[in-house]
Design a protein around this ligand. Structure first.
Ligand code: SF4
Length: 294
């Protein structure tokens, strides 16, 4: 059984910079992170072990016991940051520059009198941050939401996407919006980030060569789920795992070529552990299928 890694996988620079900042010696256990710094259980566990407090979101502001707080790579609305400052906290901002680009883009579209539309998951922390300073907006996540555009009756739309959306899906939705008779003018800025695109292209290419894909990343990680969707579209069996302990030997039975990919918040050591475990499974299976010569 051959095992191949996708040509682009794992932690992106935005997540890595945020982790490095949170692990910095200046905090000495005086840091609370607002929300998950990354959607990865192992990273969050090691932060907790380093004495860092984690709270779910700004709603839990009363639970903060430290003087210093950190905004995650997913970003936050200016209103949220101000609320933290007003509470007397020192705010460290680990927002990824590519998320901040989306904030700036949507604000500039609103300045040009476009009605803001975000393609993404309305409950995702990144999307909440993108729309958090807007007076009015619409978040759509699929064709079933297109009717909402008609209902809002806005004829001039400024569209951006969550950074971790699937490229094909976003392009197809925008095409359909452009064709709607209730819309006159569509300004679309594709704000899917380059690391997300690279990982989607790499898994697409690898899916053409393998008969099984192992996708590593947090179960709540948006971009990891998109990698699984790409495999589904290519009709390739894919299993989403968070760690090597979740691998099941039965998945590999009869498989000739296994691919490995990982979302943008999956650390290198987790990918290495999974890779090594799969190589071990491949070796075990080979030993079992070879006749014992006495
Ligand atoms: S996935 Fe993209 S936008 Fe999100 S942190 Fe990584 S580089 Fe930044």
């Amino acid at each position: 059984m051959k095992v191949s890694l996708a040509s682009a996988l794992g932690t992106c620079f935005g997540v890595q910079d945020a982790i490095n900042l949170a692990m910095g010696p200046e905090f000495h256990s005086d840091l609370t992170i607002i929300g998950q710094l990354v959607h990865n259980p192992q990273v969050n566990e090691s932060l907790k072990n380093n004495g860092v407090d984690l709270i779910q979101g700004i709603e839990d502001i009363s639970k903060i016991k430290t003087k210093k707080v950190m905004i995650t790579a997913h970003g936050a609305a200016d209103k949220t940051k101000q609320k933290l400052i007003d509470a007397g906290l020192i705010v460290y901002d680990a927002s990824c520059p590519l998320v901040m680009r989306v904030h700036k883009t949507i604000k500039s579209l609103v300045d040009k009198e476009y009605f803001p539309v975000v393609i993404g998951q309305k409950d995702h922390v990144e999307v909440k941050g993108i729309v958090g300073d807007l007076d009015d907006f619409l978040v759509i996540n699929g064709e079933s939401d297109l009717e909402k555009i008609r209902e809002r009756g806005k004829r001039k739309l400024g569209i951006v996407s969550q950074t971790t959306q699937q490229v094909d899906k976003v392009e197809s939705l925008v095409k359909k919006i452009r064709e709607m008779d209730c819309v006159d003018d569509v300004a679309f800025v594709n704000t899917i980030c380059q690391p997300t695109r690279d990982r989607q292209i790499a898994v697409w290419e690898l899916a053409e060569q393998v008969d099984l894909m192992i996708v590593i990343g947090g179960f709540n990680s948006s971009n990891t789920k998109k990698l699984v969707q790409v495999c589904d579209e290519k009709n390739i069996e894919a299993h989403h795992i968070e760690s090597s302990t979740q691998l099941q030997h039965s998945w590999f039975k009869g498989k000739e070529h296994v691919g490995i990919t990982a979302g943008t918040s999956t650390p290198e050591n987790v990918i290495n552990e999974v890779h090594q475990e799969i190589l071990k499974i491949a070796k075990d299976m080979k030993l079992k299928s070879e006749p014992v010569v006495s």
